[in-house]
Ligand binder design. Structure first.
Ligand SMILES: [Zn+2]
Length: 356
């Protein structure tokens, strides 16, 4: 029953049809290599390597930590334990192949997966082979699944900025926008680590090779940090940026400049940035007009994949199918896919919406 004085918004049949979100074409722009791993794969690789996994990593409960240094440490420890089982070329290929297959099953047309090849390099003969394995498998997986798999090489805030320059030079050698190419340059790990300007040189090297910047920012730290990232790293997209909702003026500037945000609601709640899914300011971000691509970030730890982010838009934020279709279109436009592909997929989104 409606309470007095509250008028329901007009509802069209589009809004109540509840179409299958799995069939909605979309692009997935924020997914980490190790964090994409299936639990079953983690268990099998651990057994293969004789590695004992810490308790909690393989049960069916999403990681939940406070948004402080201790919380991040717990997240990082779980992540490192998972990464430690990836010690062979076959394991690396399996992760890419399965990430593409899982994306395909959820309606993704384009996956831009980020990897820091540094951790895997010692097991496969160096940085160059580590990246080449990922790129080669991305090409194979693209052909096998129909999902275009591009790769973002991401430096880490926990390593020296000179290491980031080395990665940027390596990434530059494989720059392109297509499947199996390096489509962007990122900066990941704890936002609170290091001084952002120290990574400016690496991003400059990447930009000179035609690689756009896609660093993390604005999840664990607020809008001031995003301003720092914008000033020094000149990104085309921001990994997260969800806390820009706290600074409407800066958010408007980001929207006007065409910088897209990779919003990962499950990550925000797992890492304690927001207490509940309802608190993730998805609606405010959408209303600002900024381009948004929903992403899963680390489904291995957050137990929440790409499709779940769209389900949350519907069930937690009350978005209509028309609004959710706009989110999907936005994700494609924020990707590095060709204009032709984006136009084709956008037409598929329209068809999804038009279907009764
Ligand atoms: Zn991330």
């Amino acid at each position: 029953m409606e309470s007095a004085g509250v008028r329901a918004a007009p509802v069209t049949w589009h809004d109540v049809a509840m179409r299958d979100l799995r069939l909605l074409p979309k692009a997935h722009l924020h997914l980490h290599f190790t964090g994409s791993m299936r639990i079953r794969t983690l268990i099998e690789l651990a057994a293969e390597q004789g590695v004992r996994l810490p308790p909690g990593l393989t049960d069916d409960v999403a990681l939940r930590v406070p948004a402080d240094q201790r919380g991040w440490f717990r997240f990082q420890r779980a992540y490192d334990a998972a990464r430690a089982v990836v010690r062979t070329e076959a394991a690396m290929r399996r992760i890419i192949a399965e990430a593409a297959a899982d994306d395909a099953a959820e309606g993704s047309r384009r996956l831009e997966i980020q990897v820091d090849p540094t951790s895997y390099a010692p097991h496969v003969g160096g940085l160059t082979p580590a990246l080449e394995i990922v790129l080669d498998e991305a090409r194979t997986a693209s052909a096998a699944t129909g999902v275009q798999v591009g790769v973002i090489v991401a430096a880490s805030r926990t390593r020296h900025p000179l290491d980031a320059r080395t990665l940027a030079r390596l990434a530059a050698l494989h720059a392109g926008d297509g499947p199996g190419e390096v489509i962007g340059f990122g900066l990941s790990n704890d936002e609170r680590r290091g001084t952002t300007s120290d990574w400016a040189a690496a991003f400059r090297i990447a930009r000179r090779a035609g690689l756009v910047g896609m660093p993390h920012g604005g999840e664990l730290l607020g809008p001031d940090h995003v301003a720092d990232v914008l000033a020094h790293l000149k990104p085309a997209r921001i990994g997260h940026g969800v806390r820009l909702a706290e600074a409407p003026d800066l958010l408007r500037r980001v929207a006007d400049d065409g910088i897209a945000l990779e919003i990962c609601p499950s990550s925000n709640v797992s890492l304690g940035v927001y207490e509940t899914p309802e608190e993730v300011p998805l609606r405010a971000l959408v209303d600002s007009g900024v381009q948004i691509a929903l992403g899963a970030d680390d489904p291995l730890l957050f137990r929440s994949r790409l499709l779940d982010q769209y389900e949350q838009a519907r069930h937690v934020h009350g978005m209509s199918d028309t609004e959710i279709a706009a989110l999907a279109t936005s994700s494609m436009r924020a990707s590095r896919a060709s204009a032709g592909d984006v136009a084709r997929w956008t037409a598929e989104v329209d068809a999804w919406l038009a279907a009764a």
